[in-house]
Ligand binder design. Structure first.
Ligand code: SF4
Length: 344
């Protein structure tokens, strides 16, 4: 039996730890493309196309996919760093920026982002202490209190305030700057933190330290993370749930161990088989995924993975698969016609 996923957006959902912290429904963003001078057709890059998901309180949702799949655009749409074409968000039971819901300003206070480029994220003219204290002072905290909080946070992220507070970003290493970015994000006392390739620029030993710090902070402060990464080892370590995106759409989502051990979508299976193995006998020279993703300006009708899928069927070229549960009572969903065949 096939069970269609029907998201519940009702406001009466509110309250309690079982309620998701963030519900995203039918998020859409098409970027216009400038055609040639004589072309009348307007073209659009389908960057994020009907993306829906939810994140439980205190959990980490890992978002994976090749570059250009829409993971970072999805994050920026959630943070409203770019405007969405359509879609809805519910934050702890309240619609965001809707009549009767919470205002965008209130939502933004609850959400912070940490990006890959630790240097570009910091103002080179502010000391580290000023950087961390800036946000709270803008929100009405006194300067002395904000400075005290900044020093406490610096200590918490492993940078002794007496040594680092008066330094400027250029005087720090990449790992130290990313700790400052984490401290600055926490200064707003957010409930949701979006980590967009936040450890990608760090070497492996620094990555491990920052990841452990993020895990500790999550437990201490009951934070909820959206963790975007191309590194599946890191996603496996950090995430409670994993969502896989392909060409602007969600193709699979489920508990981390379920996705890593029983992936149902051929694209997820290909991504996972590309993870480098430590066992020489398990190594393969054959690329698991041939070719590049199709042009996002004109995605094919039907399944967007059809031209790279080894299991493609006639139906895949005509009908776009929707997300359906993999088995009864499961939290695992996949958008693939193969799932419909196996569930009959
Ligand atoms: Fe492959 Fe068809 Fe499934 Fe798409 S729907 S992933 S083409 S089997």
């Amino acid at each position: 039996m096939m069970i269609q996923v029907t998201p519940n957006l009702q406001a009466e959902d509110r309250g309690g730890p079982a309620q998701p912290l963030l519900v995203v429904r039918n998020l859409k963003k098409y970027f216009p493309v400038r055609g040639n001078l004589f072309s009348k057709d307007k073209k659009f890059v389908h960057a994020v196309d009907n993306v829906s998901f939810s994140v439980a309180k205190g959990k980490t949702l890992g978002i994976v996919g090749e570059s250009g799949c829409g993971k970072s655009t999805t994050a920026k749409l959630i943070a409203r760093l770019i405007g969405l074409d359509s879609g809805k968000m519910v934050f702890d039971g309240d619609g965001v920026a809707e009549y009767g819901g919470i205002a965008l300003k209130e939502f933004r206070k609850n959400l912070q982002m940490v990006f890959q480029d630790s240097f570009a994220s910091l103002n080179p003219r502010l000391t580290i202490e000023q950087t961390i204290a800036y946000g709270p002072t803008v929100h009405g905290v006194s300067k002395s209190e904000a400075t005290h909080q900044a020093r406490t946070l610096l200590q918490r992220v492993g940078l002794a305030p007496e040594q680092f507070a008066s330094r400027y970003p250029y005087e720090l290493s990449g790992g130290q700057r990313q700790r400052v970015n984490i401290a600055r994000a926490l200064a707003y006392q957010p409930r949701l933190v979006i980590l967009d390739e936040a450890v990608a620029a760090l070497d492996k030993s620094l990555q491990a330290q920052v990841l452990n710090l993020l895990q500790e902070l999550k437990n201490e402060r009951q934070l909820t993370y959206l963790f975007i990464s191309h590194d599946l080892h890191v996603v496996h370590y950090m995430s409670d749930e994993v969502m896989v995106m392909y060409l602007g759409q969600v193709v699979e989502k489920g508990p981390v161990d379920r996705i890593f051990n029983h992936a149902a979508h051929p694209y997820t299976q290909a991504l996972l088989s590309a993870i480098p193995s430590m066992d020489p006998n398990q190594r393969t020279l054959k690329p698991p995924l041939d070719g590049d993703p199709p042009n996002p300006i004109n995605p094919p009708s039907g399944c967007r993975f059809q031209d790279r899928c080894l299991k493609v069927m006639n139906k895949c070229r005509a009908v776009s698969p929707s997300l359906t549960f993999v088995g009864l009572g499961s939290e695992h969903t996949v958008a693939c016609h193969l799932n419909e065949v196996t569930q009959l």
